[in-house]
Ligand binder design. Sequence first.
Ligand code: UD1
Length: 375
Amino acid sequence: APILCVVGARPNYMKMAPIIRAFAAHDPALRCLLVHTGQHYDSAMNDRLFADLDLPAPDVNLGVGSASHAVQTAEVMRRFEPVIDEHGARAVLVVGDVNSTLACALVAAKRNIPVIHVEAGLRSYDRRMPEEINRVLTDQLADLLYTTERSAHDNLAREGIDPARAVFVGNVMIDSLFASLPRAVPAEALLRGAGLDPQVLAGGYGVVTLHRPSNVDRAEVVGPLVEALREIARRLPLVLALHPRTRNNLERFGLLGRLDAPGMIVLPPQGYLEMLGLMSRAVMVLTDSGGIQEETTALGVPCLTIRENTERPITVEQGTNTLVGIDPQALMAGVDDILRHGGKRGRAPELWDGRAAGRIAAHLAGWLDQHERPR
Ligand code: UD1
């Protein structure tokens, strides 16, 4: 039976791509079947990223789409179980912390199939974040937990998870970053392609991404953030890659027009190679994403994270990341500090070396041999 490798949403793809490649190199010991739940489906959120990452087309697509958390999670579960019946499953491998991650882990655990979680043990300690709930529960269900930073092991121990099940391998997302950087699309080319004058970026620019429900689902939070961005854009041109959730909300709140401002360049969600090109040359990145905190640390680009907490503390302790919270004044002060003094320098965290997926493949091949379950 194959290892069922599950992706659902954009941040999963860059984690899975190097894993699929590393497993293929071990074939047939790590034969896998790529399952896409369909949580993300827009071309901008989906197909383009698959192409950028050289991910093979999914073997199975569950076509779940958008819905409330309960419905989306339940629908993934309903549609994933028959895949196990049809193809069998030596193990189920899930990455990250999206709803699809938890849903498939839960189905597998109930079927007594080994669950492997890549990017285990990260904690924001903020249960208002849907991803935090997904992380805690997926780790409880997992038989084998691969971690990106050593702090994850303390978090797992605190939750009573057997330390023998957790293995520090480094960061597969940084594997993708290193593998793709040579193909990154320069920001100027991207702007030209969008029919814009690349000259606006010549004096430096910032990159902005914003999509976390806690930041964009309420007008009284997102409104002041947009006003702060308008202020910042007067000093440093900002390229904003707008997530559909954010666009929809701003439209609903009648705030979309506020993004039309001097120095503000609003683009649809970008491909992976476009984002890498944008970020690698940016003066700074402003974000509420999880993965971008790590990517900017690997790139050595200063990052201001628009959140009160992070599940990726190493990016603050060793990398270029600073938490500024959601207060627009604090955000503007952070920007001011970078513009005046240059940003945090930081260093590359341990094992963020582009070879994490290879370590997973080597370890997993041995582990599966030892842990094959009688059925
Ligand atoms: C999901 C993940 C989040 C991740 C983010 C990256 C969960 C709980 N959240 O959030 O961790 O950082 O993906 O993008 O799993 N939509 C589209 N087209 C799409 C997908 C979504 O238009 O292809 C719109 C829909 O209006 C949808 C909304 O975006 O209702 C939210 O999508 P959803 O998948 O529920 O969560 P994200 O906010 O994308």
